[in-house]
Design a protein around this ligand. Structure first.
Ligand SMILES: [Zn+2]
Length: 88
């Protein structure tokens, strides 16, 4: 009976997980909250949940956070953020 396998898979998925599209849509906001010391996970629990479970999105998050928290200069940081926003 495959019904139970599907049910198990469903139950193991965090219901708060917003999925890749939504996570990518607000990732730059999430990263800016984290970078400024806000509790981003409390404001966007669905995104926090997704980043824990999705490798590719987690990689994007780490990369973007690295850019924002360790910027070469303020001007470059702003232009990078603008570029990334355009991408999403
Ligand atoms: Zn994802």
């Amino acid at each position: 009976m495959s019904d139970w396998t599907e049910l198990d898979a469903f139950l193991e998925t965090d219901p708060a997980d917003v999925g890749c599209d939504e996570a990518m849509r607000i990732l730059h906001i999430y990263v800016e909250l984290v970078a400024s010391g806000e509790d981003a996970g409390a404001r966007y629990p669905g995104v926090a949940s997704h980043l824990r479970q999705c490798g590719p999105c987690s990689d994007d998050y780490e990369g973007l956070l690295g850019l924002v928290t360790d910027p070469p200069s303020d001007g470059l940081r702003q232009s990078l953020i603008k570029k990334l926003r355009g991408r999403w």
